[in-house]
Design a protein around this ligand. Structure first.
Ligand code: MN
Length: 420
């Protein structure tokens, strides 16, 4: 276990109680300095830590980093250095910023490398080459199958044997805070004879988490299940916005297309797998037994509490979902092993998303489709209105954190406002 994970460590940077970003987290992100200047950053409490300053002033000496590795628009080159180096940086940041640090001169230089988070504009942390969305929550797949097909056969025959997924669209993944324009498209209610065109009437979120591929594999060379986690750099929150009425009409037979490709929102901080290691848990029992290339002895799930809030146009907030990443039937390791088993080459910076993470109870469903049960059970909002889907002016905020031994490792916010 990384020494940066020690629950006893405290930072000399003032750190609020219940922050997502104690010194045990040390996530990575990219801030926009001006129009065409970016810098890699980390975060402790309410402060963003400028890694370019720390490198340029000798605080990463001995880590064998290429010069200028943090003066970049994206983290891809840093991530591609490999876990030995990226984790050495994480541990060095921990050494620099912990109470009792031997780097005492750094406390005189806070004005140069610590920025209040409210003064920082975060940007996309990675250049995403490809994006794949899985469908790995049994509860979600069962709910959707029950609503759209047949309660008796909610899961299709392949579902328990392989992690179902589809290739999504990387170009429309946006950073948290970006407004989301309500898409228009073709829809056809079951009772209508012909399709019509117009703005979606069933704008939805999907509570998901994404992982960033941290190590490429060559075309034709699968990543084994036991190697898979060494190919994952870290995780983020991911809202896979969905237009349900467009989806229902278009998705047969090749799966989602325009209903999903207009936008997905990513949270700005990548939490490394090493920071999440203390929260590793076993996944659900898999029955029937999966094929050997998907089998593993190791616990591959993570106990990460998740929440979805709707911020209403009048400023009031309604928490509509509380779920947990540990409900995932298929693990990230299984997703990556399956994705590459035919020889597909994954590249550093690729994103794989989990699929909607629904839990077993109705208040843990990860989409409005399920929460309102296809629009039949409207949710009451604190401003007196009701919601079956997301309205213009609503802001959807995903949050997530893991907690143990008094240490909380969180992801911040994944936020998007729907505009007409
Ligand atoms: Mn999805």
């Amino acid at each position: 276990m990384s020494r940066a994970n020690d629950p006893q460590i405290k930072s000399w940077i003032p750190t609020p109680e219940n922050t997502d970003f104690p010194i045990q987290n040390i996530p990575f992100g990219v801030m926009q300095v001006d129009e065409d200047m970016f810098a890699a950053v980390s975060r402790v409490g309410k402060y963003v830590i400028d890694l370019t300053y720390l490198q340029d002033n000798g605080y990463f000496v001995g880590l064998n980093l290429p010069s200028g590795i943090f003066h970049k628009s994206y983290l891809n080159d840093f991530i591609a250095l490999g876990k030995a180096q990226t984790q050495a940086v994480r541990e060095r940041i921990s050494d620099l910023l912990r109470e009792g640090s031997s780097y005492t001169d750094l406390k005189e230089k806070t004005a140069y490398f610590m920025l209040p988070v409210e003064e920082v504009k975060m940007s996309m942390p990675v250049r995403i080459g490809d994006y794949t969305d899985f469908y790995s929550s049994r509860e979600h797949a069962t709910n959707v199958g029950t609503m759209f097909r047949d309660p008796a056969n909610a899961l299709l025959p392949n579902w328990l044997h392989l992690p179902v997924g589809y290739h999504g669209r990387a170009s429309s993944i946006v950073i948290s805070g970006t407004d989301i324009r309500r898409p228009s498209g073709q829809t056809k209610p079951p009772t209508a004879e012909k399709p019509t065109f117009g703005p979606t009437k069933q704008m939805d979120f999907e509570l998901e988490m994404g992982f960033i591929v941290g190590k490429s594999n060559a075309l034709g060379t699968p990543v084994s299940i036991d190697e898979a986690e060494s190919h994952i750099f870290g995780m983020m929150l991911f809202n896979d916005w969905s237009a349900r009425d467009i989806q229902a009409w278009e998705y047969v037979p090749l799966g989602p297309f325009l209903a999903k490709n207009f936008a997905s929102t990513l949270s700005p901080w990548i939490v490394t797998m090493e920071a999440l290691e203390p929260f590793r848990v076993a996944g659900p029992q898999q029955d029937p037994e999966v094929l050997p290339y998907l089998q593993t002895e190791r616990a591959h799930n993570f106990d990460i509490q998740l929440q979805v809030d709707i911020l209403l146009p009048n400023g009031q907030t309604s928490t509509v979902c509380k779920s947990n990443f540990k409900y995932m039937y298929w693990s990230m390791a299984q997703q990556l092993a399956h994705h590459t088993i035919g020889g597909c080459n994954m590249k550093v910076g690729d994103v794989c998303a989990s699929g909607t993470i629904s839990g077993p109870t109705p208040d843990s469903y990860g989409s409005m489709l399920e929460l309102s049960w296809k629009g039949t059970k409207p949710l009451s909002m604190p401003d007196g209105t009701q919601r079956t889907f997301i309205e213009d002016g609503d802001t959807v905020i995903l949050r997530g954190y893991a907690e143990r031994d008094g240490v909380r490792i969180g992801f911040g916010e994944c936020l998007g406002k729907v505009v007409g």
